[in-house]
Structure formats: C-alpha cells, structure tokens
Design a protein around this ligand. Structure first.
Ligand SMILES: [Fe+2]
Length: 214
C-alpha cells in the first residue's frame, strides 16, 4: 500500500435531515401531552429521594404517542424520512417498525444525563421548534472510554469523544439506540419540546442459528 490514507473503519453514524411538516400543530400537540418528571439515575438513592431532585426534564406519560390520532400524520412523515436514513444512507436492506414514541419537555436551565435507549435498534428525535439563535442541541458521547486524553489540533470524527449537534425547527436526527446522548442545555427562557422514538428491524433478520423473524 503506497498511498497514505486515513480510514474510519467503524463509525457511529447520524442521519440528519430537515422535514417539511406543520411544526406548529405538532408542537401544540406535544404541549398538550400529560408529562411526568424524569428522575435521575442514581442507584444509591431510594426512588422517593430521586423523585425529589428536579432535573427540569419531563417525558410524556404515553410512550406510544405516534399511535394516537393527534400524531398519525406525523408518524407517516417520520416513517418515510427514517426509511431514507435506514435504507439509502445507512444501506440496510430491511424494513422497520416504529415502536415507542414519546414527547420530551425541558425547562430553562434543565440538566440532562447521558443515556442510551436499551432494547431498541435505532432511535430518532424530531424538533418542532427552535431557531439557530436558541442554541438548542443534542450531545453525543463516544460509547467506549478513551484511556488517554491528549491535546487535539483539530476536532475530527476519529479523535473527538463528544459531538454537539445544534438543532432547529423541523430537524430529524436518526442515531443508533446504543449511542449515549443527552439533551443539550436549554439556554432559552422557554420550555423546549421534542419527540423521540425507537425502532426495531422488521421481517427476517440474522443467519442460521441466529436467525429470527420479528
Ligand atoms: Fe434519549
């Protein structure tokens, strides 16, 4: 091999797009959802103590909101866009089903924790509002720890440990459900809303003794 090349042999990939939809309608529908507080994941604290700590983040009680009539039209739009991501961008030859879907609300100055979406394949988040100046974001964190923290000349996908993605109205981000992420700090004076969902592959997957139909 005479040529000097840099190959990212594996990657954590995001599919980012901006969708056309009646964002105001879906924002209103998200605002109307019944929500409960997101508790911190601190195993040393009893559940009742965890509930006392206000993170400023709320999640809808209904975890299948895209199956309700208020969001039916949005489900069709999201399915089509996510299919483009899964099949055209990620190049998977499989269909999928949207399983869980929920609304999130973050108060001004809310603090979020890194987390994954266990038991699912890919996840997606849709943002019905937000301007560039609002500085809304989602932060991703490298799944494996880095044992050395060395000075970096220029941040690139092969040397960075975290990635902050600024999001605005209509943005849709698709990412592996195993990828650690958290809601970015809410710098605005308003509550910020988003809709998150999890998908599973559908049909025949796997080979031989690992094959299954889902
Ligand atoms: Fe999440």
């Amino acid at each position: 091999m005479s040529k000097k090349i840099l190959e990212a042999i594996f990657s954590e990939s995001l599919y980012c797009t901006n969708i056309k939809a009646n964002h105001k309608k879906y924002l209103k529908a998200l605002m109307d959802l019944k929500m409960h507080q997101v508790y911190i994941h601190e195993p040393l604290l009893e559940k009742s103590k965890r509930e006392e700590i206000n993170t400023g983040n709320y999640i809808s009680v209904n975890k299948k909101i895209l199956h309700t009539k208020q969001f039916k039209s949005l489900k069709d739009i999201l399915y089509k866009e996510i299919k483009t991501g899964v099949q055209d961008a990620f190049k998977y030859d499989v269909d999928f089903t949207i399983e869980n879907s929920w609304g999130t609300m973050s108060q001004p100055n809310a603090v979020s924790e890194f987390h994954t979406h266990s038991n699912y394949w890919y996840s997606a988040v849709y943002y019905p509002h937000g301007t560039y100046e609002d500085n809304m974001s989602i932060t991703f964190d490298k799944s494996l720890p880095s044992f050395f923290t060395v000075p970096i000349k220029q941040y690139k996908h092969y040397n960075q440990h975290q990635y902050v993605l600024r999001v605005t109205e209509g943005d849709l981000i698709v990412f592996p459900a195993t990828l650690r992420h958290k809601i970015g700090f809410n710098f605005t004076k308003q509550n910020r809303y988003s809709l998150a969902l999890n998908i599973l592959p559908k049909g025949n997957i796997g080979d031989n003794d690992g094959s299954r139909t889902i």
